[in-house]
Design a protein around this ligand. Structure first.
Ligand SMILES: Cc1cc2nc3c(=O)[nH]c(=O)nc-3n(C[C@H](O)[C@H](O)[C@H](O)COP(=O)(O)OP(=O)(O)OC[C@H]3O[C@@H](n4cnc5c(N)ncnc54)[C@H](O)[C@@H]3O)c2cc1C
Length: 809
């Protein structure tokens, strides 16, 4: 065994093997994989090996597409048979909502080049004669689906990696991990120690335990999962004889099951409601290529539906029942990337669909390690999307919810209840008393909208307009015509202090730093010029700054800041030690002025001012800005003052017709002001030039990514962010949800990033990226919303107050 290596990958399941292979592809050949038993000994060996490209997140779908396409190549290069069966797959819909979902999935797939087809139930039956047509109304057919041999694939990755110089040590258990002061690692195994520059935790069923070796509690939980294999069936043989090929796979939402051919019989797996976590607190190291006891009673409700939907199954014997554990994160997506706060420590775990996702996970992690950037938009898989709040119990609640909803639709306006409320701010009860409908982001509850008194604070879930629509319209009117109050604690807040803080930030940010007492907007880039984040920067002293950014990216952004930290500078994540309320609307100044001695007249307190003032008796930092685009103030206080602040402002606002507004109204208001948002318009795959962040780009100082920005400015961006006014279907109006394809002259040329109905302007608006040469004001496009192509005109400027006079009034 080597005593040193550049990388030690811990775990020889399909994911670890893929990471190892991809590291060698990026030229890192001094790499080893350590496996406690044999390759595949965790959850990999007993997997059903199914693979597909369909995913709710198009960026994850793209990585799945890559994975599925990789198998022929590694098979050929390694000489190891991967058992590839590309039989295609049907996703069956039994009702209108599911059909809508499939139409949207097909639409999303268009700009990824996916070849998916919507077909009728009769056509689905022709392809899959076992199904009973009456239970379905249609299906999505995807040619890029099938199944592989799990062991063959893992060995093929390993074989390719070995050919490139990687070494694999089986029957070698990593029992401890110790970091040296220089950030390198001593990997302690039962066969000796390896000194490694980097470690990768690909421990699968034991990823949590490997994390604990360095004091890390990863949000991962294993669930029991069952599939059964039938005896050979004459229907299967007849199909083969008639068509010359195998049956496609089928996913059946109603039965919460998947079904595919296995030899001469069928394999049927379920995501049952009565799901059961496995080893919820600790995975035993003694568990070794074992199966769990089958429990057919638990999956009986799904089997009952299966016998109805596929009657031939009812009369065939069961040859084998497999019950095995595999891991999930709280939202069902993998955990990938550098662990925040731990140098040279990477994870690739919680991969619940290793045969659809393992290749993409390996590719992006290896590129991240080699190039410092994952190269793809892997926001949905970044380990930093969870904070410390994702505790063991939270993970348990969320994973069970997620498992049981595997084949359920999660509507875009749906807020799933498990593990909530967890984080609340002091005004939570006040806002609940005002009939708030709550959502959660990064663990924190935030008000979405305020139901009318006497009605139940509940939103109907839908792809179209919900019962919130008229209420949110009223909230928007309140803000635009009188004054609205909302909570704004759900920003990430950071404080940067210490000698050299200004110099350090200036090197990170694309905009010049504001003067003391002022705020401005800025972006941070990686060296290739892609957006790492966008922030409001408030300066309270020469070397004293508050930064405000997207809350869901708090761990992601703080990992980046801390990774670049300069000596003498202090970077603090403020979290809920700073909470806020925001006043917005033409009456905002009058309300606030009535409770503070500081002059808020524009000449004394102009737009983008940020100062420490007293509001009533409450010490606060007050920024004159709001995301609504109206006259407004964000008022930041320590938590013990937030309730008093709320009561004070609410009382003071009564003569001015104050009303509460929530996140849904904010999203509507920001759309008509053409304000983009993090994780939609601004993501790590876009550049500030493409995103039209020109006001935050000042190339007169040195910042990370500047050379790339200048080069792009010189040659012009290939694509650009467009702002569209859409004509919805008058019979059944629906607004964009995000990720819809944008058509131009009969072809798909781009995709929607986000949008909303702008209630005050009465327009359905959207943002989306399109080729720069097409982004001409007035140009006509179509946006495909729930299967319908709707006209969309590209607008040159915000539909409301393009000169920005309201904010500056
Ligand atoms: C019944 C069932 C059916 C499934 N069907 C499908 C399917 O059809 N399609 C699909 O895509 N997915 C399926 N899966 C899921 C799939 O199995 C997983 O996504 C995949 O196996 C995850 O691989 P992994 O490498 O992350 O983890 P694992 O396979 O668990 O590998 C982790 C490895 O790390 C090793 N290890 C851990 N700790 C240490 C240590 N300290 N030292 C050394 N070695 C260590 C372990 O021994 C293990 O071999 C199924 C799972 C089950 C249970």
């Amino acid at each position: 065994m080597k005593s040193s290596a550049q990388v030690v990958v811990i775990g020889g399941g399909v994911v670890g093997a893929s990471v190892l292979y991809h590291l060698t592809e990026f030229g890192w050949t001094d790499v080893v994989l350590v496996e406690r038993k044999e390759l595949t000994a965790g959850s990999t060996w007993h997997a059903a090996g199914g693979m597909h490209t369909l995913n709710g997140d198009p960026n994850v779908a793209k990585l799945q597409q890559y994975t599925v396409g990789l198998y022929r190549e590694i098979e050929q290069r390694s000489g190891q048979d991967c058992g590839i069966h590309m039989n295609g797959g049907l996703t069956l819909a039994g009702d209108r909502e599911r059909m809508d979902w499939l139409r949207m999935a097909q639409a999303r797939g268009r700009y990824l080049g996916m070849d998916m087809e919507i077909i009728s139930a009769a056509e689905a039956r022709q392809m899959f004669p076992l199904l009973e047509e009456q239970y379905f109304i249609g299906a999505l057919f995807d040619r890029a689906e099938g199944h592989v041999d799990p062991t063959g694939v893992t060995r093929a990755y390993a074989g390719c990696a070995r050919q490139a110089g990687a070494e694999i040590y089986q029957h070698t258990w990593v029992s401890d991990l110790r970091q040296r002061p220089d950030g390198t690692w001593d990997v302690i195994t039962d066969a000796g120690e390896i000194h490694a520059e980097h470690i990768v935790n690909a421990g699968g069923l034991w990823a949590r335990e490997v994390g604990r070796m360095i004091g890390l509690e990863l949000p991962v939980l294993a669930m029991e999962h069952m599939y059964l294999i039938t005896e050979d069936m004459p229907e299967v043989a007849d199909y083969k004889a008639a068509t010359g090929h195998e049956l496609p796979m089928a996913m059946d939402f109603d039965g919460e099951l998947y079904i595919r051919q296995e030899g001469g019989g069928m394999l049927l797996g379920t995501y049952e409601q009565a799901c059961v976590p496995w080893s919820p607190r600790e995975t035993p190291w003694t568990f070794d290529q074992q199966l769990l006891a089958p429990d057919l009673d638990r999956i009986a409700p799904s089997l009952e539906i299966a016998f109805k939907h596929y009657p031939a199954l009812a009369s065939v014997g069961i040859k084998n029942v497999i019950n095995g554990p595999f891991t999930f994160s709280p939202d069902g997506n993998p955990l990938v990337g550098p662990v925040p706060g731990v140098r040279n420590c990477w994870v690739a775990c919680a991969v619940m669909a290793g045969f659809s996702q393992g290749g993409g996970v390996g590719l992006t992690l290896a590129r991240w390690m080699a190039d410092g950037d994952p190269g793809e938009d892997i926001w949905a898989m970044d380990v930093a999307r969870f904070g410390n709040w994702a505790s063991l119990a939270y993970t348990n609640a969320k994973v069970r919810e997620n498992y049981s909803r595997r084949f359920r639709i999660t509507f875009p306006n749906e807020e799933l209840p498990a593990g909530r409320p967890l984080h609340t701010t002091p005004v939570y009860d006040r806002l609940t008393a005002h009939n708030a409908v709550w959502g959660a982001g990064f663990g924190l509850e935030h008000p979405l909208w305020f139901q009318r008194p006497g009605s139940e604070p509940r939103e109907d879930v839908t792809f179209r307009r919900s019962n919130a629509f008229p209420v949110v319209a009223d909230e928007c009117t309140t803000v635009r015509e009188r004054v609205g109050l909302t909570e704004c604690s759900n920003f990430a807040k950071y404080r940067v202090t210490g000698a050299g803080a200004a110099e350090w930030l200036q090197r990170l940010f694309t905009n010049r730093l504001p003067r003391v007492g002022r705020i401005n907007l800025t972006a941070a880039l990686e060296p290739g010029g892609h957006i790492v984040g966008e922030f409001s920067v408030a300066r309270v002293g020469t070397d004293d700054f508050f930064l405000f950014g997207s809350q869901i990216a708090e761990a992601h952004h703080s990992r980046w800041f801390l990774g670049h930290l300069a000596d003498g500078v202090r970077f603090d994540v403020l979290g809920l030690s700073l909470v806020g309320l925001s006043l917005a609307g033409p009456g905002a100044r009058d309300v606030l002025q009535s409770v503070t001695g500081a002059s808020l007249a524009t000449e004394d307190y102009p737009f983008m001012t940020f100062r420490r003032i007293d509001v009533g008796m409450i010490p606060a930092y007050v920024g004159r800005m709001t995301y609504t685009g109206d006259l407004g103030y964000e008022i930041w206080v320590t938590p013990e003052y937030q309730r008093a602040l709320f009561d004070l402002l609410w009382q003071a606002g009564q003569p001015y017709g104050i009303g509460l507004f929530g996140f849904r109204a904010l999203m509507s208001l920001r759309m008509e002001k053409m304000f983009g948002t993090w994780a939609r318009e601004y993501r790590p795959i876009y550049t500030p030039v493409q995103a039209r962040m020109h006001r935050s780009l000042k190339c007169d100082h040195d910042f990370i990514g500047r050379a790339a920005v200048e080069a792009e400015l010189a040659r012009g961006p290939a694509r650009t962010l467009g702002y569209f006014d859409i004509t919805p279907d008058p019979a059944e109006p629906a607004d964009v949800l995000g990720d819809e394809p944008i058509w131009h002259a009969g072809t798909v040329v781009g995709w929607v990033t986000s949008g909303a109905y702008a209630h005050y302007s009465r327009r359905s608006l959207a943002f989306g990226y399109v080729p720069a040469e097409l982004a001409v004001p007035g140009a006509m496009f179509e946006v495909e919303i729930i299967g319908q192509r709707r006209p969309a005109i590209l607008l040159p400027e915000p539909v409301l107050d393009p000169a920005g006079q309201r904010m500056r009034a």
